[in-house]
Design a binder for this molecule. Structure first.
Ligand SMILES: [Zn+2]
Length: 284
């Protein structure tokens, strides 16, 4: 992992950023392979683009980080194009969003983003060590009216507000979780959500061979000590931020309160589509 010091001169810093590549090599959750990821800053307003190795042709396929390119949301967010897929993009997108990195070219030599410890920390550590300054974007985009999405017992609302915030309410039939709610906005430290790890039932993880990689829920506790007493609900907020980034711009730019009740990737991606529609109206 290269450590790139920031030059003092602003112009030199900008130039260096445009050329800087931060690299990471880590194990994939499902492929169990070591996957190389190279992150390069893209040109202004180009958005986040993945360049994914297509194993059949040994060439790279460009897949934009947009809701239109989402092909699966069952366990994680999967982007796809021309038969090439990239799984588990949400934690990386959350890290980039919270760091204010809106224009990136991300080259991935495998079918999924490395999982790290199941939080977004591998990526934020990488940005920090490379000397990339974290910038919280100003919330400038008005939401003219509420967007209300419901699917079964899950809901996701976007309400007009004077700043960006995310709120999540979960209800898991587990003695250490139960009903939990948590919120995040830019006045709070990003580590309150970027360090929160993914979780799931031990029996599901055993079925998938993941029990050693991530936090699993046993009948009355967890297989690993938690970083926060309410780490699972904080991870849900992290997922929500990463999923909303699929609207095509940094979602922190919206003056909106996002309230998720039992939500998940599927309804989040639907919201990202609706936000993209709002943006196309603003542009026209
Ligand atoms: Zn997640």
């Amino acid at each position: 992992m290269p450590v790139v010091p920031m030059p003092e001169n602003k112009e030199a810093a900008r130039k260096q950023n445009a050329e800087t590549v931060v690299s990471f090599r880590g194990r994939g959750l499902t492929s169990k392979q070591e996957i190389q990821v190279d992150v390069k800053l893209g040109s202004i307003n180009s958005g986040i683009k993945f360049h994914v190795l297509a194993s059949k042709t040994n060439s790279y396929v460009e897949i934009g980080a947009t809701a239109a390119n989402v092909v699966n949301t069952l366990r994680n967010v999967v982007l796809g194009k021309e038969g090439t897929r990239l799984c588990i993009v949400e934690h990386f997108l959350a890290a980039a969003t919270l760091w204010g990195l809106d224009d990136l070219n991300v080259t991935v030599a495998g079918p999924e983003m490395p999982l790290g410890d199941g939080s977004a920390q591998i990526w934020t550590d990488l940005f920090e060590k490379a000397g990339i300054e974290r910038k919280t974007p100003a919330s400038t985009i008005e939401l003219r009216e509420p967007i209300i999405l419901t699917k079964g017992d899950r809901s996701l609302l976007a309400l007009p507000d004077n700043k960006f915030s995310v709120h999540y309410m979960m209800d898991w039939n587990h003695p250490r979780i139960g009903k939990r709610w948590q919120s995040w906005d830019a006045s709070r430290n990003v580590t309150e959500i970027t360090t929160a790890r993914t979780f799931g039932w031990l029996k599901d993880h055993q079925m998938l061979g993941l029990e050693d990689d991530v936090i699993s829920l046993t009948e009355d506790g967890f297989t690993q000590p938690l970083r926060f007493e309410d780490e699972p609900v904080r991870h849900k907020l992290l997922d929500l931020v990463g999923d909303l980034a699929l609207c095509g711009i940094n979602p922190l730019k919206f003056k909106a309160k996002f309230i998720s009740i039992l939500g998940g990737h599927e309804i989040d991606v639907e919201m990202a589509k609706r936000l993209a529609a709002v943006l196309s109206k603003v542009a026209n």
